[in-house]
Design a protein around this ligand. Structure first.
Ligand SMILES: Cc1cc2nc3c(=O)[nH]c(=O)nc-3n(C[C@H](O)[C@H](O)[C@H](O)COP(=O)(O)OP(=O)(O)OC[C@H]3O[C@@H](n4cnc5c(N)ncnc54)[C@H](O)[C@@H]3O)c2cc1C
Ligand code: FES
Length: 299
């Protein structure tokens, strides 16, 4: 998952840039009611050498989750007191017919180590679906998804929804090395045109990616760009959006304690129309990412 240092921040442009981009809340559209309960684990296995795939029997979440929403997974079993705080995880895929959801996660610390210890047929306490989803306006014909590493998991359900709605998906999955690439097969199974780029092969740099995408899509650009997992890819999205006149939406990560908007531990630090900075869990994790003129930012 993206580290705090490479996660999108409220303003990512260099100080010598003419424009700044900021998070802006998406319209408050209706979202599904979150459920809380013990859900049975149907499958739990390693994917490659660094990620785990967890499949849960969670029909209500599978039926109601919208693209870009997440769940809070509790890594303590019934009767155990720690770890007390649940961990946020994007919903990687849903299967409405089977009533299941899948989560892909990297084992990075104590919480995810405990999650990894859960076995098939055990139950896990899950709250979800949570957060604001990606929003695709009526009339959108083509969407570009740009994800880095495990951050790609926040984008994969968009391809699933697009396939159902007749919207074309172009998907970039980026990682340090080929074994860390996420989502390519999932994207392809939903009809997306997929670019797999890595640091190892040298095609993941902002310059290389910009060149590839403009060569292929300048004549037919996507109206909407969605990104997650990397500050550098957010910059590429900005440059493409300026060139193509596209809109950008970004899924942002933060440490979360409740995931529900109560603890205010996930305040984004971005400006807002009210007194309080938007909360990543409740006002996001998906935000509109918009340019503001330098004049507005100058005190
Ligand atoms: C909306 C959302 C969706 C997410 N989806 C996924 C997903 O699909 N798959 C996945 O693997 N992870 C995802 N994450 C990140 C995941 O929640 C963290 O990796 C997890 O909580 C770490 O728990 P831990 O106890 O194992 O690690 P900790 O011991 O808490 O942390 C270990 C290391 O990871 C860093 N870290 C922990 N949480 C975050 C975070 N939220 N952002 C950046 N760095 C963090 C810590 O700073 C530390 O360096 C998501 C986070 C959010 C907010
Ligand atoms: S995590 Fe508690 S308010 Fe966002």
């Amino acid at each position: 998952m993206s580290t705090p240092s490479d996660a999108p921040t409220a303003t990512v442009r260099d100080s010598d840039s003419q424009d700044h981009w900021e998070l802006s809340k998406l319209p408050r559209n209706a979202r599904p009611k979150a459920t809380a309960g013990q859900y049975r684990i149907l499958d739990h296995r390693p994917i490659g050498d660094r990620y785990m795939a967890l499949t849960l029997d969670a029909p209500v979440i599978a039926h109601t989750a919208q693209p870009g929403q997440f769940v809070m997974l509790t890594a303590a079993r019934r009767g155990e007191k720690t770890p007390a705080l649940p961990r946020p995880m994007a919903i990687y895929s849903t299967d409405v017919t089977a009533g299941t959801i899948q989560v892909l996660y990297g084992v990075v610390g104590s919480g995810t180590k405990r999650l990894q210890s859960f076995e098939i047929a055990e139950e896990m306490f899950v709250v979800g679906p949570l957060g604001r989803s990606f929003e695709i306006e009526e009339g959108t014909r083509r969407v570009l998804l740009i994800g880095r590493g495990i951050g790609t998991c926040s984008l994969t359900t968009v391809a699933q929804a697009n396939a159902d709605n007749g919207i074309e998906t172009i998907a970039v999955t980026s990682a340090r090395e080929p074994s860390a690439l996420i989502g390519a097969d999932h994207y392809r199974s939903h009809g997306a045109k997929v670019y797999e780029v890595t640091d190892q092969t040298g095609d993941s740099t902002p310059e290389a990616l910009f060149a590839t995408l403009t060569t292929d899509w300048d004549s037919n650009p996507p109206e909407l760009i969605m990104t997650c997992g990397s500050d550098r890819l957010t910059r590429v999205s900005e440059d493409l959006a300026v060139r193509w006149g596209s809109r950008v939406q970004v899924s942002v990560e933060a440490h979360m304690a409740c995931g529900l908007g109560y603890c205010h531990g996930c305040a984004s630090g971005a400006r807002s129309e009210g007194d309080e900075s938007p909360l990543i869990c409740n006002d996001g994790p998906v935000f509109s990412w918009e340019p503001v003129s330098a004049a507005v930012c100058t005190p």
